[in-house]
Design a binder for this molecule. Structure first.
Ligand code: ADP
Length: 425
């Protein structure tokens, strides 16, 4: 029934009564009017019962049978559905935000003005040991650290502190407090262990390079100062120039190796176009002759090289690998020692293997010898003349050729260095 129905009903009833009175059949028309009123009333009760039934589940479309309640029920139903889809959207957004924040490796903790926890993400559990059940508790009672107390206190003008992770004492965390207005704060924690390690590696590297350059430079300056303004005879001049050669060469080797290492680290992996077919047997043969002519000692170098075993690689990079391993074998074996170089096919790969009968390397050093400037015996490296960068270069080149250096060694008995490269078809 429409909103105008009661008016229409009144008009009909009054009309009937008027017609009855006018024609003298008032009894008949009054009876008819009563029947109409009754029927309308009964319809109203039925509509109300339908409405009550529908109102229990107002998200379902209202049936046509709601009669005069239909229009209002429809408006209510549309408004409720709109609200429901809005809520669903917000809920979806909130869920996505929570899921995304759980993927973030940094921990974040939302705190109220009293530094009580309001929300935490998953990384807060791994880094700080906080759980969802800690919501509502004070952060200072859960992560007990004087630095955190300092960070949270209003008195100190401090935004960042570094602490050891309460869940893993090997981890260092950087904590940052972000104050949002008067009543909310966000505490963020990120794992800076790796960053700290890289920073200290960089500091060590700079200190090592400076130290390595300083020693030959001091020798050079010493000689220059001693002859400055002296009137020297040609023989003495020749002798001094001869002595200046070693430290100058040392500095040159160091700078060359540093440049090689920097270039290797900075350049992207070689593409197919950068690779050439390398006839390693010929290359190794040439290098062994080059190395023999450089050394003053009398090592016996035996070569066992399989011909026609080529690999795809970057020629000058592989040259520096073979050269570094061969000069090391010479440098760390006694005069006259036996060195064996092999290049052979093994399970579809090409293997380079160099063995010496020299000093050997104790197991605790083996994992570290490819680090820059790492020396097994730091007291004797100057006499031996290496730069401390040779094996770091080897490691980088092999990594760029999808290979890695392997070492077998026994102290005082000798070492074998080897690696595999896929053979060129
Ligand atoms: P270096 O220029 O000092 O030789 P490397 O990076 O080439 O630097 O080698 C690192 C260290 O590994 C060397 O200082 C030496 O202690 C050890 N080492 C390398 N090759 C051998 C080898 N064939 N025998 C014994 N020790 C070796």
């Amino acid at each position: 029934m429409s909103p105008s129905a009661p008016i229409a009903l009144t008009v009909v009833v009054v009309g009937l009564l008027a017609v009855g009175w006018f024609f003298g059949v008032i009894l008949w028309t009054t009876g008819a009017a009563l029947v109409i009123v009754f029927l309308a009333y009964a319809q109203g009760i039925r509509d109300r019962a339908e409405f009550a039934r529908w109102a229990k589940r107002p998200l379902k479309s209202p049936p046509d049978s709601l009669g005069r309640f239909y229009e209002d029920s429809k408006s209510l139903h549309d408004a409720l559905n709109l609200e429901r889809s809005r809520n669903r959207r917000w809920l979806g957004l909130a869920r996505r935000f929570r899921d995304t924040s759980d993927l973030i490796p940094d921990a974040w903790i939302v705190l109220d003005q009293r530094m009580m926890i309001e929300a935490v993400n998953r990384a807060a559990t791994t880094l700080l040991g906080l759980e969802q059940t800690d919501v509502g508790r004070p952060i200072s009672a859960l992560v007990r650290h004087p630095e955190i107390i300092r960070l949270l206190s209003d008195e100190e003008d401090l935004n960042i502190v570094e602490i050891t992770s309460p869940t893993d004492d090997q981890k260092k965390l950087e904590l940052r407090l972000i104050r949002i207005g008067e009543d909310q704060n966000i505490l963020m924690a990120r794992d800076v262990t790796e960053l700290n390690r890289l920073l200290s590696m960089r500091q060590d590297f700079i200190a090592n390079v400076s130290h390595e350059l300083r020693s030959p430079l001091t020798v050079l300056i010493g000689y220059i100062e001693s002859i400055y303004g002296e009137d020297l005879d040609p023989d003495t001049t020749k002798q001094i120039i001869h002595r200046l050669d070693a430290p100058a060469q040392r500095m040159k080797s160091l700078v060359d190796d540093l440049l090689t290492l920097t270039r290797l680290e900075a350049s992207p992996e070689p593409e197919l176009d950068d690779l050439a077919r390398i006839d390693c047997a010929t290359l190794i043969h040439a290098i062994s002759q080059e190395a023999s002519s450089l050394k003053n000692e009398n090592h016996s170098i035996s070569l066992d090289l399989e011909r026609n075993l080529s690999v795809m690689g970057v020629g000058d990079e592989l040259h520096s690998v073979f050269m570094n391993l061969l000069t090391n074998a010479i440098r760390y074996s006694p005069d006259g020692g036996q060195i064996t170089v092999r290049w052979y096919q093994l399970e579809g790969n090409a293997r380079f293997e160099i063995s010496d009968e020299g000093l050997g390397i104790a197991p605790e050093h083996i994992t570290r010898i490819t680090e820059r400037f790492y020396r097994v015996d730091p007291s004797s490296f100057r006499a031996k003349g290496g730069t401390g960068l040779g094996l770091a270069i080897v490691k980088h080149v092999l990594r760029r050729h999808q290979s890695s250096l392997q070492v077998k060694s026994k102290q005082s008995e000798g070492s074998t260095f080897y690696f595999d490269l896929p053979r060129a078809e």
